[in-house]
Design a protein. Structure first.
Length: 72
């Protein structure tokens, strides 16, 4: 991964719903759906975040299924 690319981590779904979103070392908040995630990433300066959500070079989805925001 080039150094200019931020490390984006979408943490496992919480028991109460939502996933913490982290860019580099900063926690941006808890996303409850893809729309929330896109808003957080846009706020962090990611251009066209919708296009990178499924790209593992950009986004690391931890546990749960990609795009799943509620605990199983």
């Amino acid at each position: 991964m080039p150094k200019s690319m931020p490390r984006i981590v979408v943490h496992p779904p919480a028991a109460t719903g939502g996933r913490r979103v982290q860019v580099d070392a900063e926690i941006l908040g808890v996303a409850y759906d893809v729309k929330d995630l896109v808003v957080f990433l846009e706020g962090a300066g990611v251009v066209e975040p919708e296009g990178i959500l499924d790209d593992p070079q950009w986004v690391e989805w931890r546990a749960g299924h990609v795009h799943q925001f509620h605990a199983a």
